[in-house]
Design a protein around this ligand. Structure first.
Ligand code: GGG
Length: 351
């Protein structure tokens, strides 16, 4: 079986973590008898600084034929963040209808949480983030620039299709895990979009009588991710709230360097995209100490998505095994002093 995967290393530490994945790809594809062709696209901020665009005009057409996409990071000190995000990452998520963003938050054995009293296995939840609309809708504008009474409007868009799709995905996941769903809103303040979201949660929940539902306001959820993270199982949230909560999820489980994500196109018509939750980390670019594990775990999710579940399981257990081993090399974000390459070399011995 041949799988064609487009890789977009992007900015900052993106190329360092994507390069680290290649030998892992080689090992598992050889072991499990499939061929993985990784085709690299050097799109991102350097391209923008040279040519004025993050990717070619026909970039989505170019990517459309792949089985999946692996992305590193976007963000560059010399390019405004809204340019990097709105001209590369978001057009891919939206253009390929990657409506379901899955972001696991797991405290692995051997990893220290900044929360006192939490050990490996104590935190294990998945955030289902709506990924193509909500507060990330590209709707709005600015008026009266430079007049001292400027106006900026940014609209959030919640469709029944989009909201039902993410809520249903969360209920399906909770059914599979025999778990519960926590729905996040700010419906006490946002009486249109979030009340609409609540109504859809209620409608969908009627189809899943065995799944318990909890509703939380995003401010309370932010506190409770710190105060009682062990009680969360499947969390479903809008685009912006999901983005914010998953950074909290990453940090309470030890490091942004361990948080993977999958942006799923449910229809299968377009490629899905896998990426670490972390950004481009300009402060450590070129030091060779970026944690490659978030990208490697994202690659494990990519294997599962391609139907190579044995390969996905093997990568996931190798990472679990490495993190549980107190003698294994660790990058500085996990309190160690190892280089990216040492972590990858050690991981390969566990595959
Ligand atoms: N690894 C992807 C990345 O670079 N993300 C940076 C970022 O700002 N993402 C915002 C988002 O996921 O909405």
């Amino acid at each position: 079986m041949v799988h064609e995967v487009a890789s977009i290393p992007g900015d900052g530490i993106g190329p360092e973590v994507i390069d680290a994945v290649q030998p892992v790809f080689d090992d598992v594809s050889e072991r499990f008898g499939f061929h993985l062709e990784l085709v690299r696209y050097d799109w991102g901020s350097e391209r923008y600084l040279e040519s004025g665009s993050m990717m070619p005009d026909d970039g989505l057409d170019e990517l459309a034929g792949y089985d999946a996409i692996l992305l590193g990071a976007v963000g560059h000190p010399d390019v405004p963040d809204h340019v990097t995000l709105n001209n590369l990452l978001l057009p891919i998520r939206k253009g390929f209808d990657q409506a379901i963003c899955k972001r696991p938050a797991i405290l692995f054995d051997g990893v220290e949480s900044p929360l006192e009293g939490y050990n490996g296995g104590d935190i294990d939840f998945v955030v289902y983030r709506e990924n193509t609309e909500g507060e990330y809708a590209d709707m709005g504008g600015q008026e009266h620039p430079g007049h001292g009474h400027e106006v900026a409007v940014q609209s959030a868009v919640f469709t029944r299709t989009g909201t039902e799709r993410i809520v249903r995905a969360a209920f399906e996941a909770a059914t599979e895990r025999e778990g519960r769903v926590t729905s996040i809103t700010k419906s006490n303040a946002q009486a249109h979009s979030m009340v609409f979201w609540d109504q859809i949660v209620e409608d969908v929940s009627a189809e899943y009588p065995d799944v318990t539902v909890e509703r939380l306001l995003v401010d309370a959820a932010s506190m409770d991710f710190i105060r009682r993270p062990e009680e969360f199982d499947i969390v479903v949230a809008s685009n912006l709230f999901g983005d914010i909560l998953t950074d909290i999820g990453a940090i309470i489980t030890g490091s942004m360097g361990l948080a993977p994500s999958a942006n799923i196109n449910v229809s299968g018509e377009y490629p899905s995209m896998f990426e670490p939750v972390h950004g481009s980390a300009p402060d450590i670019v070129g030091d060779g100490v970026a944690n490659p594990l978030a990208t490697i775990l994202s690659a494990a999710m990519l294997f599962d998505h391609l139907g190579e579940t044995e390969a996905g399981d093997a990568v996931w257990s190798a990472v679990t095994d490495q993190l549980a081993d107190s003698d294994a090399p660790r990058t500085p974000d996990l309190g160690g002093s190892a280089a990216t390459a040492q972590v990858v070399a050690d991981l390969r011995t566990r595959l």
